[in-house]
Design a protein around this ligand. Structure first.
Ligand SMILES: C[S@@+](CC[C@H](N)C(=O)[O-])C[C@H]1O[C@@H](n2cnc3c(N)ncnc32)[C@H](O)[C@@H]1O
Length: 281
């Protein structure tokens, strides 16, 4: 593990929860503003095998594994629920939209929908706004998923990739449910270390019950996510080579490269990624 990464973990561990979150947000700010990753469309681990159309269609073909993960969450896992199989959603929200790749996947799948992306990070928001300003049905807001700047019952579908663990599942599901209309769908992916799928399934069931949601699907996607990380090593290596050298090892840790703690967690079977799809009563 890189010296900077160890230092960051040590500092973070000794901070109270709200400050831990602030530090995490500051790191995302720097990543989106300064690292070569800001030229990408996604900041997630991906899902293998990558599927068409993402393997062929620009700009997704540069990050087909990452596009596929979004597509699983917002299209494949929800398909049976959308107006009798593949219907249209009017208003869609991506929580933790990052660099805007997921919003673009949603626009491709649901071209008629009004799509909102929200992220706590102002640097992500400015990248997204610039990139997507030519699409009038897309708006990008800066806001915290723990207190979304959005009205109750204003979305037909809320989706999210890789943000729920930063927000905290409890707050994430409470706020996501609040902004959904009755009958609306919440679909997201999340990852943890040293958690068993059966226990997480129970937590999801309890949170759904508490928030008035019916569970549609909870899917263990760990194998596909790890396969994507392994397959994506050459692309990530190229990005890391463009990082100024004092931060290169740190970037390797962030990118879950072979030899890092996170990569080893996957090898040792200690990592769990899963997707949840549920419906508001
Ligand atoms: C792993 S990245 C995923 C980004 C994007 N969903 C993707 O897959 O490319 C997590 C994202 O969640 C955002 N995030 C973290 N905490 C948040 C919060 N409390 N409210 C809104 N967004 C948050 C981060 O700024 C970051 O963009």
């Amino acid at each position: 593990m890189s010296f900077l990464y160890v230092l960051k973990r040590r500092i973070q561990r000794n901070l109270p929860k709200p400050l831990q979150r602030k530090l995490q947000e500051a790191i995302y700010f720097a990543l989106y503003r300064l690292s070569p990753a800001r030229h990408q469309n996604f900041f997630n681990s991906g899902f293998s095998p990558a599927e068409a159309p993402w393997t062929e269609l620009a700009p997704f073909d540069r990050e087909p594994l990452q596009s596929t993960l979004y597509d699983k969450v917002l299209w494949e896992f929800t398909r049976e629920l959308a107006g009798n199989g593949g219907g249209e959603w009017g208003d869609i929200l991506d929580i933790g939209c990052g660099l805007g790749g997921g919003v673009q996947v949603a626009h491709h799948r649901f071209p008629q929908a009004r799509i909102t992306g929200v992220d706590v990070n102002s640097s992500a928001v400015s990248v997204c706004r610039k990139r997507l300003q030519h699409i009038p049905s897309i708006r990008i807001l800066q806001g915290n998923a723990r207190d979304l700047p959005l009205a109750d019952g204003s979305f037909d579908m809320v989706f999210s990739v890789g943000a729920a663990s930063y927000v905290g599942m409890d707050a994430f599901m409470k706020e996501a449910t609040r902004v959904l209309r009755p009958g609306g769908v919440l679909s997201f992916s999340v990852g943890y270390t040293d958690k068993a799928f059966a226990d997480q399934r129970k937590i999801v069931d309890e949170l759904c019950e508490k928030n008035g949601l019916d569970v549609h699907k909870v899917v263990d996607i760990t194998e596909n996510v790890f396969a994507a990380i392994a397959e994506d090593v050459p692309r990530r290596r190229e990005l890391i080579e463009r990082v100024p050298w004092p931060f290169r090892d740190y970037a390797s840790d962030w990118a879950d490269m072979p030899g890092t703690m996170r990569y080893q967690e996957y090898v040792d079977g200690r990592r769990l990624d899963y997707a949840v799809c549920c419906v508001k009563r």
